[in-house]
Design a binder for this molecule. Structure first.
Ligand code: TPP
Length: 565
């Protein structure tokens, strides 16, 4: 059957199970958009291509399926770049499809010509420039396969306009052969036995649970390992949800803003079992003094991550689900009561400093607002965030019982991620309770997507933690630059009016006693709602490991006298 290149693209997308795409049309991808009308796919028209990228990314993270974002050539394509880098850093499977000028014009500075494959080479898992219609089917098939297998990641397909228009015979490639691309599946039995022996010998073991556990859907196997050998679990920011917050073995988040007792446990451990995490500088602090007493097992699908930051004793290459499934039969039951008692002692000391136990002093603290949102949503919402203090407080004060409920930009730390990612999450299941916890700075970066939310009729609740600062940078200035607040005080618009201008009901909350009623209002109002919380302006996230400092060298929240309320 002869089809145009654009039709072939959609035929392939249908075969990949694509139901929703996010994007903006323009000169170089108009044939793709024109052909789209013949196919049962929902297109979400965004207001800025960065939004499309984050939506597709949020969709992918929440569902495990490949997200799809589209843009025209030139500025359309370059507007995707931040979103592509964000997906790359967090191993999110997204296929980006950009239009390109006619093949014969390439290199001639044609209108809206940009070398997007060149630009995105270091921030994609793979990318393609397609100049002929005959290539499209094969390329799309490969792109989806590469995006979702092994260590997932973004793949970009740049399709010249002539290739979209040309007609050719459509033959769907049933098989793909990529000889140089063979992600490891599981580790050899001898290595697994070695790992089990190391676990048996450990007196102070700890599991480091990363994003890979969620990506490979191996969290249940990890929980079984933890329970069988009584091993406490520390999570990275993106590993949150892999262990239920209420599990006694859960130590919460590790690293720069991790729980103090969690970081102390890592520094005193005699065995680290690192699962699908990459020893990022935000979780290790100073590498020279990191977990000095511990032997280290690292289970990783991407060989380039092993020995990169931390040299380990035993690397196990493979898909976590397969590796843990194969490891479990070798792991014996064990108890580490003394070790857990020690950690409990550190935990009690941490509690004495925790802002969450402060009595109501009339001030609106972000940590308290987030805990109230947790209560109002019975801990069952799916949350997206921007980047900054509010993001860290969300990680600390919204205890997640389930995986895939905390969707946030980790590796890239991309402000503006929250609102568009939430729309992507909503498309995975429209009955989900989706909340954005945003900062006033982050919100302003992609607030244009409020229009998209309204156009799509999406029920998304947005809670802005409005401290009138670029809060996290202000905190660094307070701690490390003698409180010289260079370019961090932030004048924002009236967010309630902004919401109302979009037809979204909004409320401003300035006092603790208004919080509960506002959250009820959000829960009871169908469709999107925006809540603008005027929170304490100069509150800091604790604990904090200064960049590059030893992991145990944390700045702690001063213990507060429990006198007046
Ligand atoms: C796109 C982007 N630009 C700059 C930064 C640097 N940065 C990190 S946190 C932060 C402040 C965030 O402010 P806000 O969103 O209001 O959140 P808050 O820290 O106040 O909770 C900035 C500017 C970033 N992470 N991303």
């Amino acid at each position: 059957m002869e089809l145009s290149g654009a039709e072939i693209l959609w035929e392939c997308l249908m075969r990949e199970g694509v139901e929703v795409v996010f994007g903006i049309p323009g000169g170089a991808n108009m044939p793709i958009y024109d052909a789209m009308l013949k196919y049962p796919v929902h297109h979400v028209l965004v207001r800025h291509e960065q939004g499309a990228a984050h939506m597709a990314d949020g969709y992918a993270r929440a569902s495990g399926k490949v997200g799809v974002a589209m843009a025209t050539s030139g500025p359309g394509a370059t507007n995707l770049v931040t979103g592509i880098a964000t997906a790359m850093m967090d191993s999110s499977p997204v296929v980006f499809i950009t239009g390109q000028v006619h093949a014969h014009l390439i290199g001639g500075d044609a209108f809206q010509e940009t070398d997007v494959t060149g630009i995105t080479l270091p921030i994609t898992k793979h990318n393609y420039l397609v100049t002929r219609a005959e290539e499209i089917a094969q390329v799309v098939r490969e792109a989806f396969y590469i995006a979702r297998t092994g260590r997932p990641g973004p793949v970009l397909i740049d399709i010249c306009k002539n290739a979209q228009i040309q007609k050719t015979e459509f033959v769907y490639p049933e098989k793909i052969q990529l000889p140089g691309y063979q992600p490891p599946r599981t580790a050899p039995a001898a290595e697994l036995k070695k790992a089990a022996q190391m676990i048996k010998e450990a007196r102070r073991p700890i599991i480091l649970a990363g994003h890979g556990l969620l990506i490979s859907r191996a969290y249940r196997e990890m929980q079984e390992l933890a329970h069988r050998a009584q091993i406490p679990v520390a999570m990275t920011l993106l590993g949150i949800g892999s262990m239920p917050a209420s599990d006694p073995l859960n130590l919460g988040m590790m690293g720069m803003h991790g729980e103090a007792y969690c970081n102390l446990a890592i520094q005193n451990a005699d065995l680290l079992i690192a699962l699908g995490m990459r020893f990022d500088d935000r979780v290790t602090g100073n590498l020279k003094t990191y977990a000095p007493h511990a032997r280290k097992i690292h289970v990783e699908i991407d060989p380039s991550e092993v020995h990169k930051n931390v040299v380990v004793d035993l690397p196990l290459f493979g898909d976590l689900k397969a590796v843990l499934g194969d490891l479990l039969p070798y792991v014996e039951e064990a108890r580490h009561d003394e070790w857990l008692d020690q950690i409990e002692e550190w935990r009690a000391e941490s509690d004495s400093r925790d802002i969450i136990y402060w009595p109501d002093d009339g001030k609106l603290y972000t940590a308290h607002v987030i805990r109230s949102i947790w209560e109002a949503t019975q801990g069952k919402a799916t949350l997206t965030t921007g980047v900054g203090q509010h993001q860290m407080w969300t990680a600390q004060y919204y205890p997640f019982e389930e995986p895939y409920r905390f969707i946030t930009s980790g590796g890239a730390g991309t402000m503006g991620f929250g609102v568009p990612a939430a729309l992507g999450v909503w498309f995975t299941d429209k009955s989900r309770d989706v909340w954005v916890i945003d900062g006033d700075g982050s919100f302003q970066m992609t607030q244009a997507e409020l229009s998209t939310i309204v156009q799509e009729g999406a029920s998304i609740k947005i809670a802005i933690m409005n401290n009138h600062f670029l809060g996290m940078v202000r905190q660094w200035q307070e701690f490390f630059f003698d409180s010289r607040y260079a370019a961090t005080p932030l004048h924002g618009p009236d967010f309630v009016k902004i919401a109302e201008a979009h037809g979204i009901p909004g409320r401003r909350i300035t006092k603790p006693e208004e919080v509960k009623e506002a959250l009820q209002f959000a829960n009871q109002t169908p469709g999107p709602v925006l809540l603008d919380f005027f929170v304490e302006m100069e509150e800091a996230v604790y604990p904090m490991v200064p960049a590059g400092a030893d992991l145990h060298d944390m700045i702690r929240r001063p213990v507060r006298e429990k006198t007046t309320a």
